[in-house]
Ligand binder design. Structure first.
Ligand code: NDP
Length: 444
């Protein structure tokens, strides 16, 4: 490995040795940009990689709130403002008990590259809390969101840092967060949060954007290899925002989704999953995926991982490190042809390498799930213009952005002789842009 790259990797490991997810994300990027580093010896003199792997700011705060029984609960809040190189910090908020500094930093780091690929003026950030929204009443969710925003508000702003949703943070939570921000600031600053409902400044098609964008990328990738989604069998992990709209678009493109999951297990429906039913269970009733079989007795429910089901295309849309090497081997032996990463870093490093070695196409998260943040940026621009596009207008812009992202990944993979390796393509395309911006802005 290039000596400078190796030194930076060692340094990063030493400084963050108890942050495995963050190290995994950094290692994946650094090991794939070697040809660019070889061609730019000046990067070492300006400590470009050391600066790129160090967050501009990590904010950690206490979130005290009172539950319905009158007990005081204290959670931990985070906002990692990783990079403002090409725009205000931008990235979602995750509420999940697994949230810790390592997960927040990995997500913030990935976000810088993803946002660069969109071609829109947005920097990289991530935040959240170890708060678990499962089983909480609406009032508890509201009190938690209000307490969270009572600290977060001083660090964000429509030209400073613009959070959005992620796992456990959807339209309901964004509404409570926005209400509290507006109350504290005594101003309607629509662009301070994205993922807002349409009735108070949100964008049409934002809810659908990550899942739809994933499928636009998948379509482009398959086309480039003389294939298509038509008639393909698809399995999906997760049944949240990304999973539901990826499934909806997969059907629209001629594929059949036979399995979806949540953190307890998966449903398998040979005839094809009824997405409206899943939407109703998850979005309206906030229930569990196993409830699907009550209305669809032909379907099966199993407390296991969805990757044991045979599929042409697998879409991990739940969480990080969901597909391990063992899962990858199972998928390959069952004939999978493509993986579309709807979630962030859903495949372990070993799983990704195994897919690539076995000629399975991989649509990497940084590129393939960038449709969500891209549409968030379109929401911000609508807030600034005080004018709203209709659904088709936003969807067309999203599609164009995803087509462009795929082109960037393809061109970069070909330029450095890694044809068909879009993991390397995405990392290099994003890195080249960021490195240029960093060089132009001096040592900051
Ligand atoms: P949601 O909260 O809407 O849904 C998450 C889904 O994943 C649920 O079905 C959940 O099941 C499942 N899940 C979460 N954690 C785990 C776990 N540890 N093990 C197994 N299943 C789990 O989140 P989103 O759909 O918004 O996000 C999904 C992924 O997509 C995340 O990786 C996120 O970072 C990424 N992403 C999201 C974007 C967006 O616009 N929302 C944009 C880009 C990326 P359960 O209900 O049982 O917890």
């Amino acid at each position: 490995m290039n000596k400078y790259l190796n030194n930076v990797l060692e340094r990063t490991k030493k400084l963050n040795n108890n942050e495995p997810e963050f190290l995994q994300a950094v290692e994946e990027v650094l090991t794939s940009i070697e040809p660019v580093i070889d061609a730019h010896s000046e990067y070492e003199n300006s400590a470009l990689l050391e600066r790129m792997t160090e967050p501009e700011r990590c904010i950690l705060f206490r979130v005290p709130w009172v539950n319905d029984k009158g007990e005081v609960i204290v959670n931990r809040g985070y906002r990692i403002q990783f990079s403002s190189l090409i725009g205000p910090y931008k990235g979602g908020l995750r509420f999940h008990p697994s949230v810790n500094l390592s997960i927040m930093k990995f997500l913030g780091f990935e976000q810088i590259f993803k946002n660069a690929l969109t071609g829109l003026p947005i920097g990289g950030a991530k935040g959240g809390s170890d708060f678990d929204p499962k089983g909480k009443s609406d009032n508890e969710i509201m009190r938690f969101c209000q307490s969270f925003m009572t600290e977060l508000y001083r660090h964000i702003g429509q030209d400073v840092d613009v959070p959005a949703g992620d796992i456990g943070v959807g339209g309901r939570e964004i509404g409570y967060l926005f209400g509290q921000y507006k109350r504290i600031r005594n101003a309607y600053e629509g662009g301070v949060l994205t993922g807002k409902d349409i009735c108070y400044g949100g964008s049409l098609a934002r809810k659908e954007a990550t899942g739809y964008g994933l499928m636009y990328f998948m379509r482009e990738m398959l086309n480039a290899h003389n294939n298509s989604l038509n008639g393909k069998i698809v399995t999906i992990s997760g049944s949240g925002n990304v999973a539901i709209y990826a499934a909806q678009k997969a059907y629209a493109m001629g594929a059949k989704v036979v399995a979806m999951s949540d953190s307890n297990g998966y449903i398998y429906d040979e005839n094809g999953i009824d997405i409206e039913s899943v939407k109703n269970i998850k979005e309206v009733q906030r229930g569990r995926i196993k409830e699907y079989i009550n209305k669809h007795p032909q379907a099966q429910y199993k407390e296991s991982k969805v990757w044991e089901i045979k599929a042409d295309i697998a879409l991990p849309c739940a969480t990080q490190n969901d597909i391990t090497l063992e899962d990858a081997k199972k998928l390959v032996s069952n004939g999978v042809i493509a993986i579309g990463e709807g979630a962030n870093m859903p495949c372990t490093y070993e799983a990704t390498q195994y897919f690539i070695k076995n000629n399975v196409l991989v649509a990497p998260a940084k590129a393939a799930n960038a449709g969500g943040v891209a549409t968030s940026a379109i929401e911000m621009s609508q807030n600034s213009m005080r004018y709203y596009y209709n659904f088709e207008e936003v969807d067309q812009k999203l599609e164009q952005i995803m087509v462009n992202i795929f082109k960037q990944c393809k061109n970069a993979s070909e330029k450095y002789n890694h044809n068909g390796n879009y993991v390397i393509g995405a990392n290099i395309a994003a890195f080249e842009k960021l490195a240029s911006a960093m060089t132009m802005q001096g040592i900051v």
